[in-house]
Design a protein around this ligand. Structure first.
Ligand code: SF4
Ligand code: SF4
Length: 357
């Protein structure tokens, strides 16, 4: 498990060019360098040099970062800000009891409960001779909402869906610095996946896909690395587009789409949006700007959060469409909470399954 000190070279690689400011949704609202990667790296360099304490003030800025990764995609020095911030959060986490209590509550009351409920949703493919088999990673939330949908959709395409008893992907633990818990999620995933002789794993949530693909980077054990390296993890949309599977809706529907920050393969999602018969897809302005999910639960930052939400709402309203599709359950919840009744939000997989002919 990497510590903040292990990112010393990454932090020093920051040339202070400021390109991250142009793409950071948070900086656009606050105008404060402390809320964008350049300023965060200056602060963290001070922490590493012993000039600044990793105190509540620094932690506030670490928490404010949306962990959207938009800056990393444009950073000429190729620094992964989410990795660096998670390592800094881990340092803070270890020395602050309140953070550990917070994480304990999230683990047991929110994600633990969701995973427990999700365990009841083990829909099986109807027995017949399917052409192919895939494992579905539903995590916690998407197992509840996505299992029926993925079974219905892929069975129609002659593909069997196996639904193992996977736990939460643990991305929340990673971004909040509880790296010990994150590693436990990795172990739980490996022990479940080992029970099956199927290497193809499909997900329907962008955050789950990101976490699963990142597991190998955060694993030091060679045997675990080998198991993870043999897996072919992809989103249901990459799977549909690679296999040129076709979907037809029962009736004509017009919808727009919000791209979650953790999306790996947007081309495949656009393929599905553009090639689903009877779906009239309207691309919205700033379709790829963060919805503000990571700031949603922090009531202290309500002012900043409400500006992020208002920007997103403006883009949706400008598209002139009142159905918004997206591919991350966190984004579904954030967009729904902030819709003010002006549009409806659906997970793309559920929407397709519900409306397929
Ligand atoms: S874009 Fe990268 S190198 Fe430039 S200031 Fe931001 S973090 Fe530093
Ligand atoms: S991860 Fe997103 S919110 Fe955080 S500094 Fe980068 S662009 Fe800004």
């Amino acid at each position: 498990m990497k510590k903040l000190i292990d990112y010393k070279d990454s932090i020093r690689k920051c040339s202070k060019c400021g390109l991250c400011q142009a793409v950071c949704p948070l900086y656009k609202i606050t105008g404060s360098d402390c809320t964008v990667s350049r300023g965060q790296f200056i602060m963290l360099k001070g922490v590493l040099d012993g000039k600044i304490k990793l105190n509540d003030k620094v932690n506030r800025y670490l928490d404010l970062c949306l962990k959207c990764g938009a800056c990393s995609k444009f950073c000429p020095s190729g620094i992964d800000v989410v990795d660096v911030i998670s390592a800094a959060k881990y340092e803070y986490f270890k020395t602050h009891k309140s953070e550990r209590i917070n994480s304990f509550l999230k683990k047991h009351l929110i994600f633990g409960l969701l995973t427990g409920i999700a365990g009841l949703f083990h829909k099986k493919s109807k027995s017949k001779n399917f052409q192919k088999k895939v494992l579905y990673f539903g995590g916690c939330g998407s197992k509840i909402t996505g299992t029926d949908s993925i079974v219905k959709l892929l069975n129609k395409m002659n593909i069997e869906v196996i639904t193992p008893n996977f736990s939460c992907c643990g991305i929340w633990a990673y971004t909040s610095g509880d790296l010990d818990t994150f590693n436990k999620y990795i172990d739980s995933f490996i022990s479940e996946v080992k029970k099956y002789d199927i290497k193809e794993i499909v997900t329907s949530c962008a955050s789950c896909e990101k976490a699963l693909k990142d597991y190998i980077r955060h694993t030091e054990d060679d045997a675990k690395k080998e198991i993870l390296s043999e897996l072919n993890i992809k989103s249901i949309y990459s799977y549909i587009s690679e296999n040129k599977l076709t979907i037809k809706l029962k009736k004509s529907i017009t919808a727009t789409y919000h791209k979650p920050c953790n999306t790996f393969d947007f081309e495949s999602i656009e393929y599905v949006l553009n090639n689903t018969e009877n779906l009239n897809y309207i691309k919205m302005e700033d379709y790829d700007t963060c919805c503000g999910l990571n700031i949603l639960s922090d009531l202290k930052e309500y002012k900043i959060a409400s500006k992020i939400f208002a920007n997103k709402r403006k883009c949706i309203e400008k598209s002139g469409v009142n159905i918004v599709l997206t591919t991350c359950l966190g984004c579904v919840a954030t967009l729904k909470i902030n819709s003010k009744g002006k549009y409806k939000v659906f997970d793309l997989l559920e929407f397709l399954a519900k409306n397929v002919e």
